[in-house]
Design a binder for this molecule. Structure first.
Ligand code: XMP
Length: 319
């Protein structure tokens, strides 16, 4: 029997004795696992930790600012903010195939991260937010998709080239324990109870070729959707919710004029393990409010649809 404050103190002691006076680097994504790992390691070794946050241009509205505010401003963690949006979008130009997009985004991430990590003198350790289910997954029976997920999340291949030792202080914890530890460390509730966000980000929520203009429209539509879900209490009832940008134009009317603009699809699912999922039966009044707000506030979108497909046969993401 153990409790979280005790586990935290023990983990801090272990990190200190393992790391000594070495420098540690960590790829901070803003997701629950890397955030909790960063907060824990910072509590243990403070200035010896440097986080690298890669903005790939495919993040949600204000996401980079939120991560920087939470870690750099509030917690005093050293975070290098790499603004690599132009670089990522440049490499994605003309690419429409979902798996190819994933590969490019993954490869770019490793490249950018490596470049930044190489500049941190004396770095001896690479810290990762690996949790117990990831450990089991790697031990055997790994699916192709699971491998893709891991390779995006966990900076695959870096230890070999950078000659870094791995520091994984969350290896024994299940997701709910990671969340509890996050709260114990003082991370904001909303950060600790965030829905999962895929490594390739909006790159797989903009169908086909990714363009800056599409990403901007999707960011604003998605932010309205999430804001309304939070305000109505439906965010917690869903396991994952997001908007998808459809690069098709349809006709609409607005005031006296005819519009010919893009479509956004909304997706909200409930699931235990993300292998199967049900779409969430959001109230019509809520859907109506979200749809009205998106069409009125995001010029360039004139139609909103709700995805009523389960998994299977559909996947949770559209790509
Ligand atoms: P699907 O779409 O396969 O998604 O039903 C299941 C869960 O996995 C997430 N997902 C990804 N996560 N890299 C990630 O890090 C990926 O390439 C990726 N593809 C899907 C998805 O958001 C959902 O939670």
């Amino acid at each position: 029997d153990w409790n979280m404050p005790d586990f935290m103190e023990e983990a801090i002691g272990r990190i200190r004795s393992e790391v000594g006076t070495d420098e540690v680097i960590l790829g901070l994504s803003g997701g629950v696992d890397s955030s909790v790992a960063a907060a824990l390691i910072h509590r243990a070794i403070g200035e010896q930790l440097t986080c690298v946050f890669v903005d790939n241009g495919l993040l949600r509205l204000n996401e980079a600012k939120q991560v920087m505010d939470t870690f750099s401003r509030n917690l005093g963690v050293k975070v290098i903010h790499v603004d690599a949006g132009k670089e990522f979008l440049g490499h994605l130009q003309g690419v429409a195939d979902p798996e190819q997009k994933r590969r490019i985004i993954g490869r770019e991430f490793v490249e950018v991260f490596q470049r930044e990590a190489a500049r941190i003198a004396n770095a001896r350790w690479l810290a990762q937010g690996t949790i117990y289910p990831d450990v089991i997954e790697s031990a055997g029976g790994k699916t192709k998709k699971a491998h893709t997920i891991k390779s995006h999340h966990n900076v695959g291949g870096l230890p070999d080239t950078l000659h870094l030792k791995l520091l994984e202080p969350l290896r024994e914890l299940f997701k709910d324990e990671v969340r509890e530890l996050g709260l114990t460390l003082g991370l904001p509730h909303d950060m600790v109870y965030r829905h999962p966000f895929p490594g390739p980000g909006l790159g797989v929520r903009i169908l086909g070729e990714v363009k800056y203009e599409y990403a901007e429209l999707l960011r604003r539509a998605d932010a309205i959707f999430i804001e309304e879900l939070r305000a109505s209490g439906w965010y917690e009832k869903a396991s994952q919710a997001f908007a998808v940008f459809l690069p098709v134009k349809s006709v609409g009317v607005m005031g006296d004029g005819r519009t010919y603009d893009y479509v956004v699809a909304l997706r909200a699912v409930k699931t235990e393990d993300f292998m199967t999922a049900h779409w969430v039966e959001l109230p019509y009044t809520l859907l109506a409010r979200i749809s009205n707000r998106i069409v009125n506030e995001v010029r360039g979108i004139n139609r909103v649809v709700y995805d009523i497909s389960g998994k299977p046969p559909a996947t949770i993401e559209w790509e």
